[in-house]
Design a protein around this ligand. Structure first.
Ligand SMILES: NC(=O)c1ccc[n+]([C@@H]2O[C@H](COP(=O)([O-])OP(=O)(O)OC[C@H]3O[C@@H](n4cnc5c(N)ncnc54)[C@H](OP(=O)(O)O)[C@@H]3O)[C@@H](O)[C@H]2O)c1
Length: 232
């Protein structure tokens, strides 16, 4: 049986969209929130859309961390560091933590089409500094529109996955291709998250300019570079 995925900050559009897609794919999901009741309500709303057999529950974030060793972080950049410091004692040794955080300038009152500099290089590298030793951080899912994830259509986007731990990269790639039509690409070291995070600011600007929900596709790599799902 596959391990449960705890979506920390899973009550927002990014977390609910990923949870919906993974619940539909048969994964066991725990929605995490600062408020257990809100987590439960969100889990119930996702169950209504994913089907009554969906395995989904809601918990306060620290209980969600303690319940599994596969974590998906979907909180705004302004809350990321403080939340991780609070959750650190509850994160299990050996966990894989997938981080989709984008350090948008909107976090400090600026534009969502710009990023801010992060001392560590990227939001994901900041996460890597804050989690307990032995926890593997993976950067992924930054460029997938939450609006599309929360719909019923296939998702026309590649997911670039960056980590210093090849096993953690594989875990995130396998989850990515559970989303219909998503292809996963190993994007190399965690430091490359800086570039992937910034692409999201560009996508937000394009979406505002052209009124859409843009994603990315990487072309021209050998077939073996693209992991695809069983639906393809
Ligand atoms: N939206 C997208 O299309 C998209 C796409 C790719 C990546 N991302 C990234 O994914 C992350 C989440 O995006 P989102 O649009 O879902 O964000 P969001 O709605 O602003 O926040 C997600 C959840 O995080 C929790 N949260 C909010 N402020 C917090 C704080 N200060 N401390 C701790 N928890 C806090 C809230 O849950 P509770 O109040 O229930 O705790 C909220 O529902 C962001 O970093 C974003 O850049 C978003």
């Amino acid at each position: 049986m596959s391990r449960a995925i705890a979506v920390i900050g899973g009550t927002g559009p990014a977390g609910t969209g990923l949870a919906l897609r993974w619940a539909r794919a048969g994964e066991t999901i725990i929605i995490g929130s600062r408020d257990a009741a809100r987590a439960g309500q969100t889990a119930e709303a996702i169950r209504r859309r994913a089907g009554t057999n969906a395995q989904i529950s809601g918990m306060e974030n620290s209980a969600a961390c303690a319940a599994t060793d596969l974590l998906m972080l979907t909180v705004p950049f302004e809350g990321q560091a403080a939340l991780l410091k609070q959750l650190k004692p509850t994160i299990r040794p050996g966990s894989v933590l997938i981080d989709a955080t984008v350090p948008l300038a909107a976090s400090v009152g600026g534009r969502a089409s710009r990023t801010i500099g992060v001392w560590q290089g990227s939001a994901a590298q900041q996460t890597a500094e804050l989690v307990p030793k032995g926890v593997s951080v993976v950067a992924a899912f930054h460029n997938v529109s939450a609006d599309i994830l929360n719909g019923d259509d296939d998702v026309d986007c590649d997911v670039i996955v960056c980590s210093d731990d090849p096993n953690a990269t594989q875990v995130a790639m396998e989850l990515a291709v559970k989303i219909p039509r998503v292809r996963a690409i190993d994007g190399g070291k965690l430091e490359n998250a800086r570039i992937v995070e910034q692409l999201t600011a560009l996508l937000i600007g394009l979406n505002i300019r052209h009124k859409g929900h843009g994603g990315i596709r990487i072309t021209g790599l050998p077939e073996a570079a693209y992991k695809i799902g069983s639906d393809r």
